[in-house]
Design a protein around this ligand. Structure first.
Ligand SMILES: Cc1cc2nc3c(=O)[nH]c(=O)nc-3n(C[C@H](O)[C@H](O)[C@H](O)COP(=O)(O)OP(=O)(O)OC[C@H]3O[C@@H](n4cnc5c(N)ncnc54)[C@H](O)[C@@H]3O)c2cc1C
Length: 277
């Protein structure tokens, strides 16, 4: 449980952080440390230098602007949990691990780490949000759909810092994030995020469903979304039956692929019912 030796720098500005990433070979950003440090202690990661960005100003906080939420990369899960204005983001953040982890872990770290069993990546994909990353050439935006490339792999480059997350405000939508775990506070065996918008006649004008831990990246259950769009609440059960279509989840110690697909169908039905209500 002792990590390999490493150098440590704690820059005071974003420019200094980018410079530290550029000049130190094999450097890694340290944010909340709740994914990176366990990997180092298990000797599955051995960066030569940790660039601790926690002193960089302007990277923490939640602001509403022009119909969007702007969330700084260093905003902690505890800052998001239970915030009803943030819809599925506030609900999912409240289900991450325990309060100690939520007090340290950051949204930027959770997204760049790119673990398909993580909760916030799925929410970002369902919200069709974007992230801003800063690098030597300036800043660029990455859409959620282009961020998660594979297991623990995102399109954020080695020398880049994720600075901000943006999600639409979703006023007038219903949302739900349901997570199935073997023990309370565990990682998701499977989790489902649902976001629905209903028309005046009660039918579903728009439906979005995201799946956690059903593949190497967060997934959208597009067959179930298409099956419910334009229909009423009586179509939820049949649509949810299609939620695992096209998925090929790996089995693990907790669940076989078939059991995960079963959980997906059940959780999707419940999440849609909750979001619709
Ligand atoms: C016991 C335990 C249980 C957990 N359970 C859950 C759970 O149920 N659900 C869940 O979603 N998560 C869970 N987590 C993970 C937790 O949410 C982490 O905090 C999160 O995944 C990573 O955020 P961090 O700020 O700690 O990142 P760090 O560990 O500091 O960094 C993670 C990675 O992201 C990079 N990085 C961090 N910030 C940036 C940035 N701004 N720009 C570019 N790269 C960056 C780092 O270099 C590193 O590669 C758990 C963690 C622990 C220890």
């Amino acid at each position: 449980m002792i990590p390999p030796e490493f150098e440590y720098v704690a820059p005071n500005t974003l420019d200094e952080a980018l410079q530290a990433l550029r000049t130190n070979e094999d450097a890694k950003i340290l944010a909340g440390g709740h994914s990176l440090l366990p990997l180092m202690k298990l000797r599955m990661a051995a960066p030569a230098t940790l660039v601790d960005i926690r002193k960089v100003p302007g990277l923490r906080g939640v602001q509403r602007e022009n119909g969007q939420w702007k969330i700084g990369a260093l905003t902690r899960h505890a800052d998001l949990q239970g915030n009803a204005d943030l819809g599925p983001l506030g609900k999912a953040a409240a289900l991450i691990a325990d309060q100690q982890v939520r007090n340290r872990g950051t949204i930027g770290g959770a997204l760049v780490h790119g673990d398909p069993a993580s909760d916030l990546p799925t929410v970002l994909v369902v919200c069709e949000g974007t992230v801003t990353v800063a690098g030597d050439g300036g800043t660029r935006e990455i859409a959620a759909g282009d961020l998660f490339e594979d297991y623990l792999t995102t399109s954020v480059g080695e020398g880049e810092v994720l600075t901000e997350v943006r999600v639409p405000d979703f006023d007038g939508w219903g949302s739900s994030y349901l997570k199935f775990t073997r023990r309370a506070e565990d990682w998701a065996m499977v989790a489902v995020c649902a976001l629905v918008k209903r028309a005046g006649d009660g039918s579903f004008e728009d439906v979005r469903i995201g799946l956690t831990n059903m593949g190497s990246t967060p997934l959208r259950a597009t067959a179930a979304e298409d099956a419910l769009r334009g229909k009423g609440a009586d179509a939820i059960a049949a649509a949810a039956e299609q939620a695992a279509e096209g998925t090929d989840p790996p089995g693990d110690l907790n669940a076989s692929p078939d059991y995960k697909r079963h959980l997906t169908r059940v959780l999707t039905r419940r999440a849609l019912e909750e979001a619709a209500a």
